[in-house]
Design a protein around this ligand. Structure first.
Ligand code: PEP
Ligand code: MN
Length: 348
């Protein structure tokens, strides 16, 4: 249930509504907009039904939240889009984020070289996996702690915030010593224990859509994080399984405008893992930006043919500046701004 306060509602009236919601056994989630404050009463139907707040002081009206995801729903912010700060970089609303870097951290030269190129070309954040979800248990699993150390060095040298995957909640603390945002990979999208732990940690998180998940399931995954009081959730479309075998996955770009109707959270696109082949990445990136995505997460490597994993899909770092210019133009066409984080803007 959403309790919409009238524009003149006082802090005391808001506090009284919160108290009433909590005493009925529900949770109160206060969203303060520029003009209105909305209080989401989240709980089972029986508790919320007992509220009887119509006509209470400061209450304008009440609206049921019809979706199963409550805090992720665009209903709760009255159409206002969430803008997040990730290590100084902004994403959401009118701010487009370009998150670029290798699939996995392989070596110091590879990581620092790629980081320098993407930073100079105006990327917003740096990606790179230290813990890798591999289909085969015999494949390279990532450099782990050594990978995190190299990411920290890349961040120090470029000023770019770091996005890196967490697969096991036991690694979260050490990852957060380096990362500005963690990534929950497609294979872990429904790992509810991990999502709740990230919710409690309060860190920004990119949640990638599962290989065969519906948008509602993706939003329910986000709800696990939001429910713990962590509002810093970014959703990522990365391609889904269909009958088509001509490319790795089918990039579902319709997810961008549809998610933006359903939720206030930023929505980004990963064209690399959907495509599986680097020549498909630029056209799909342009399409994603033109469709209004809030950002792109893309794999870039200083020498992609030598990459340990996902060699065929990583963009060549030398070609990244031209690619970035194209995506920037498409994002601007959709009314977005691509800004580097302030640490870089100052240095430049
Ligand atoms: C990745 O981004 O490194 C990755 C493994 O992606 P996904 O979980 O989407 O397959
Ligand atoms: Mn990859």
């Amino acid at each position: 249930m959403m309790i919409v306060m009238n524009p003149e509602a006082t802090e005391a009236q808001i506090g009284a509504v919160v108290e009433r919601v909590e005493s009925a056994g529900a949770r109160a989630h206060v969203v303060r907009g520029e003009e209105l404050t909305v209080i989401g009463a989240i709980g089972d139907r029986e508790h919320v039904g007992r509220l009887e707040l119509e006509g209470a002081p400061g209450v304008d009206h009440m609206l049921p939240i019809s979706k199963p995801y409550k805090l992720a729903s665009s209903q709760i912010t009255h159409g206002r889009r969430t803008v997040l700060d990730v290590g100084g970089a902004r994403i959401g609303g009118g701010q487009f984020a370009m998150i670029a870097g290798p699939c996995t951290v392989e070596s110091r030269d590879q990581m620092l070289g790629t980081a320098r190129t993407v930073a100079d070309a105006g990327a917003t954040m740096l990606r790179g996996g230290a813990y890798k979800p591999r289909t085969s248990p015999y494949a390279f699993q990532g450099l782990g702690q050594e990978g995190l150390r190299l990411l920290a060095e890349a961040k120090e040298r470029t000023g770019l915030p770091i996005v890196t995957e967490v697969m096991d909640a036991r690694d979260l603390e050490s990852i957060l010593e380096v990362a500005d945002a963690v990534q929950v990979g497609a294979r872990n999208m429904q790992n509810y224990a991990l999502l709740s732990e990230i919710g409690r940690a309060g860190c920004p998180v990119v949640i990638k859509r599962g290989l065969a998940s519906t948008l509602e399931e993706l939003l329910m995954a986000a709800e696990y994080v939001l429910k713990e009081g962590n509002e810093a959730v970014i959703l990522c479309e990365r391609g889904i399984r269909t009958f088509e075998t001509a490319y790795r996955f089918t990039l579902d770009l319709m997810a961008v405008p549809v998610l933006q109707q359903l939720t206030h959270l930023p929505v980004i696109v990963d064209p690399s893992h959907a495509a599986g082949r680097r020549e498909l990445v630029p056209p799909m990136s342009l399409a994603a930006a033109a469709a209004g995505a809030d950002g792109i997460i893309v794999e870039v490597h200083s020498a992609p043919d030598e990459a340990i994993c996902d060699a065929a899909q990583q963009l060549e770092a030398d070609r990244f500046p031209a690619y970035m210019a194209g995506v920037r133009a498409a994002a601007e066409l959709a009314g977005k701004r691509v800004s580097p984080p302030p640490s870089i803007a100052r240095a430049g």
